[in-house]
Design a protein around this ligand. Structure first.
Ligand code: ATP
Length: 353
């Protein structure tokens, strides 16, 4: 059941389409994340949902009612910014209670709700009287979230709310946001540059490019079955092989001088040029030429520790290929060591070149 429905929505600035014909159903209670390169129109889309911009064309409906020109304050939506927009000279409690004060809720009731929200956001009750500027970055972020919940909106819109925080705190808050989403049953629409954030938290991810949504689906679908090369590359590092079909070798990669076994999509148009994309974590070191559908040889020339995983750069013909394996399976590759690396056809994505 969609809570918000966009039908062929455009936003033009002069002659430029920042959002270009988006049709999208946002489901009641879902966690939808919008990702895309800088300038792809994410914030503009969110601002239209918030009522801070009106579409130039198309319709936005909320539970079936047209809301194109309904201003922000008359919508059951709340936008949480990266900059937080907290009132600096007020206490944590006053910040959280602000939306309730605007609604003329009596002070005792406001305080009770603020304390409930502090608890929900895992801030100590004593913070109620603390000046908000004396809070840490992560605490301020929680206060901003508590204030957003105090509005009691049906839809919470987030514009990169965690981007200013350090890695560890981000990881904590990602999980907390996901829990809050589950507990509250509200609809979350979330913009981020962090693919990890999108993967961890979302029910669905929408990938934007040049004002359009190029793919929407569960994190697993988008990661494992990208619609095209752009989406595949956007979601993390990839190895790309250009291959062409010939009678003698079948699918042949000139770069690595090897013939490759591909799993073509069911709707393959018959093209004889293809791009094969394999994520580094689907690459493995092989002990025999038949261990995987595809095995190519090369020399290890770099090794990077990524914490729980190790990434190797292997020179195969003209190509530098990334192999990423869990630390527990790490091998001590000597510099310039000759190795075989391989992957199974089912773990690669094939696009028309
Ligand atoms: P980022 O990830 O960098 O925040 P974004 O995907 O959120 O980018 P938007 O902020 O939506 O992108 O901007 C999309 C395009 O629209 C950009 O090219 C931007 O310059 C343009 N744009 C946005 N707002 C306006 C405006 N008020 N007037 C003119 N152009 C605008």
């Amino acid at each position: 059941m969609p809570i918000l429905q966009l039908v062929d929505v455009y936003k033009r600035f002069n002659d430029f389409n920042a959002v270009s014909g988006i049709s999208l159903n946002i489901l009641d209670g879902e966690f939808l994340t919008v990702v895309g390169p800088s300038g792809s129109g994410k914030t503009t889309l969110l601002r239209m949902l918030a009522g801070m911009e009106a579409p130039s064309d198309g319709n936005i409906t909320l539970r079936g009612e047209l809301i194109n020109n309904v201003p922000a304050k008359e919508r059951p939506t709340c936008l949480v910014f990266q900059s937080l927009a907290l009132f600096p000279h007020k206490t944590v409690g006053e910040n959280i209670e602000f939306p309730l004060k605007v609604k003329n809720i009596p002070p005792a009731q406001r305080k009770a709700r603020a304390l409930e929200l502090l608890q929900m956001l895992r801030l100590p009750e004593s913070y109620y009287a603390k000046n908000v500027m004396k809070c840490s970055g992560g605490e301020k972020q929680r206060v901003a979230l508590a204030r957003a919940f105090a509005y009691d909106p049906d839809v919470l819109l987030f514009d990169e709310p965690l981007s200013a925080l350090d890695y560890k705190l981000k990881k904590v808050l990602e999980k907390e946001l996901k829990d809050l989403h589950r507990q509250s049953g509200k609809t979350f629409v979330y913009i981020t540059h962090s693919l990890e954030e999108a993967m961890v938290m979302s029910d669905r991810i929408a990938v934007m490019r040049a004002g359009k949504i190029v793919q929407i689906g569960t994190p697993e679908t988008i990661y494992a079955n990208p619609e095209d090369e752009f989406v595949a590359e956007f979601f993390g590092e990839v190895n790309k092989f250009s291959v062409s079909l010939n009678e003698e070798w079948g699918w042949f990669s000139q770069d690595t001088e090897s013939s490759l076994t591909l799993r073509l999509p069911t709707d393959w148009p018959g093209s004889e040029q293809a791009t094969v994309i394999v994520r580094p974590e689907y690459m493995r070191f092989a002990t025999s030429a038949h261990e995987f559908d595809n095995v190519i040889s090369g020399t290890v020339f770099n090794e990077y520790s990524l914490g729980s995983r190790i990434q190797y750069q292997v020179r195969c013909g003209n190509k530098s290929v990334l192999v990423e394996i869990p630390r527990t399976l790490a091998r001590n590759a000597a510099p310039d060591e000759q190795v075989m690396i391989g992957w199974n056809a089912a773990d690669a994505f094939v696009a028309e070149a």
